[in-house]
Design a protein around this ligand. Structure first.
Ligand SMILES: *[C@@H]1O[C@H](CO)[C@@H](O)[C@H](O)[C@H]1NC(C)=O
Ligand SMILES: *[C@@H]1O[C@H](CO)[C@@H](O)[C@H](O)[C@H]1NC(C)=O
Ligand SMILES: *[C@@H]1O[C@H](CO)[C@@H](O)[C@H](O)[C@H]1NC(C)=O
Ligand SMILES: *[C@@H]1O[C@H](CO)[C@@H](O)[C@H](O)[C@H]1NC(C)=O
Length: 314
């Protein structure tokens, strides 16, 4: 009995490790998603906070951030195969401009299957649910988790990258002495290095530090981050346009295949990473506030002072 239990636990751990490994290669790493949602949570107004608490499974303990990486954990299951190509959008080789109609499709050419299409779709689903509680067989809990995740992803500059190199996945580089690829450097390496060196390996400390800058150093521009034209709740085309722009100006630049990236790349690019996380968090909060409180004025949520953390953090 005992041996079987140990065996089962060991297999479970191995499966988790494998998932972790795979996941790291493909999206803002787990830490990036956690931080994005930890920034958003204190910026939510009460209607959004309450609606989200109702939608979350009990296991989440009222804590959205703990599940913001869930879409990466399930993407390899056959049930969620349809979500695999929703994590990014690609432009043609060397094209630093994004165009929804040209670019938002999957590898088979099906339209709207990309991260921008996904943000529109899940925003719409949650908004319909809020207005009339119809769900059309859609799982509203999952819509919330997908939305929170994809708003994070679209703010990782290489999630709007060139099609020919898979958003940097096929640009092999050295990160200091280790061999990896450019996409992974932006998903994971920057955040992990900063967490370890500056934030005591604690994502909450990093999120709070970014929140501080949001209300202080960046305050004058933050108001505009959450705004969308034409009263739309979310504007993924704006986010993707910013993404490919940053990808060209900072991520791809100086990082051709075979390059070794070290201190000078890290120090010059890390502020871009922090700002991207900040924007992702602020915009996620603005979108959720707009969805769950249709009467809320269209404005960035940080006009209010962040409420501080009252929920358990993972
Ligand atoms: C109610 O939700 C459905 C989607 O489930 C949507 O098509 C419809 O327009 C919504 N009605 C209103 C009044 O918002
Ligand atoms: C919705 O999705 C969540 C997360 O996958 C799951 O736990 C829940 O059972 C689903 N709800 C329904 C009604 O299918
Ligand atoms: C990236 O490289 C892999 C393995 O060499 C290849 O199968 C894949 O098609 C490449 N992807 C892109 C987008 O070039
Ligand atoms: C906040 O701003 C300061 C001053 O520019 C900067 O040194 C620091 O890295 C920023 N912290 C975060 C987490 O963005």
């Amino acid at each position: 009995m005992m041996a079987a239990w140990i065996m089962a636990t060991a297999i479970g751990v191995i499966v988790l490790l494998l998932q972790f490994h795979v996941k790291q290669a493909v999206a803002w790493g787990a830490a990036g998603h956690l931080i994005t949602c930890l920034i958003a949570e204190p910026l939510l107004y009460e209607p959004a906070e309450n609606a989200i608490a109702k939608l979350l499974p009990e296991s989440a303990n009222g804590n959205l951030a703990s599940l913001c990486n869930w879409p990466d954990e399930v993407r390899w299951m056959s049930k969620y195969k349809w979500t695999r190509e929703l994590h990014w959008v690609n432009t043609p080789d060397q094209d630093c401009k994004y165009d929804y109609n040209r670019d938002c499709h999957d590898s088979l050419g099906r339209k709207d299957v990309c991260v921008a299409g996904a943000i529109n779709k899940f925003t719409q689903q949650l908004s319909d649910y809020t207005k009339n509680h119809t769900t059309k067989n859609q799982n509203t809990t999952e819509a919330l988790l997908f939305l929170a995740h994809f708003v994070g992803d679209i703010h990782q500059p290489l999630h709007a990258g060139f099609r020919s190199d898979g958003g940097g996945n096929n640009v092999s580089v050295h990160w200091y002495r280790r061999k990896t690829n450019l996409h992974n450097v932006w998903d994971t390496e920057f955040v992990e290095k900063a967490l370890k060196e500056k934030f005591n390996s604690d994502p909450t400390v990093m999120a709070d530090s970014i929140l501080n800058n949001i209300t202080d150093q960046w305050a004058s521009e933050v108001d505009s981050w959450g705004l969308c034209r034409n009263n739309k709740l979310a504007c993924p085309d704006t986010y993707a346009t910013e993404g490919i722009n940053l990808a060209c100006r900072w991520a791809y630049k100086g990082a051709t295949p075979g390059t070794t990236l070290g201190d000078s790349y890290y120090i010059s690019r890390f502020p871009i990473v922090e700002r991207s996380l900040a924007k992702g968090g602020v915009r996620l909060a603005a979108i959720l506030n707009g969805i769950f409180d249709p009467d809320a004025p269209q404005r960035s949520p940080v006009l209010l002072t962040p409420k501080g953390r009252h929920m358990n953090t993972p």
